[in-house]
Design a protein around this ligand. Structure first.
Ligand SMILES: [Zn+2]
Ligand SMILES: [Zn+2]
Length: 172
């Protein structure tokens, strides 16, 4: 979706509401942790204040992940807020390389590419089914959120085991 600058110029600061949906297939393709997702429903508003154009709002979608610790698939309702500022080249001095202000090249604000970036940046790179997910037992593979086992996982790392032996002998 594109927002015409002229539409905002005419509104004298009065916000213009917009709604847009993002294609889930492309987003899924671009983030390896996204296993599936619904259409991303986006609501926001755009306004011109001074020489700058502001766009803000939130995106919402149900996203399927696989827990990085216990490998269980789960779905999370994600709400991703966004806020972006734009300026035309004429605004000149207010825009420098280091500011977060996007320089506009044409007569419109192209929303979709920016919204896609914001959405992807908000996705977890280490998704967890729960913050305190206990993961899988490294010995027998049981999901520790669902059951207990009696494996001795203290000895799982051979380097640590060797170290334990070493200190053990030292004390004798
Ligand atoms: Zn988990
Ligand atoms: Zn076990």
């Amino acid at each position: 979706m594109n927002i015409k600058l002229v539409d905002l110029d005419h509104r004298k600061g009065e916000p213009l509401a917009f709604q847009v949906t993002l294609d889930p297939a492309e987003l899924k393709e671009r983030h390896q942790e996204i296993r599936g997702l619904t259409t991303v429903e986006t609501k926001g508003e755009a306004a011109k204040l001074g020489n700058l154009y502001h766009v803000k709002g939130a995106m919402e979608a149900n996203v399927d992940f696989v827990c990085a610790r216990c490998l269980k698939p789960f779905t999370e309702h994600m709400i991703v807020p966004f806020a972006e500022t734009f300026a035309t080249p004429e605004a000149g001095s207010e825009v420098d390389e280091e500011s977060d202000i996007h320089l506009l090249e044409g007569e419109v604000i192209e929303l979709n590419p920016l919204l896609q970036e914001d959405f992807l940046l908000a996705m977890p790179s280490f998704p967890l089914c729960a913050e305190d997910c206990e993961g899988l037992c490294p010995v027998c593979g049981i999901n520790r959120n669902e059951g207990r086992c009696s494996c001795d996982t203290r000895r799982i790392d051979p380097r640590l085991a060797a170290l334990a032996d070493f200190f053990g002998k030292d004390e004798e």
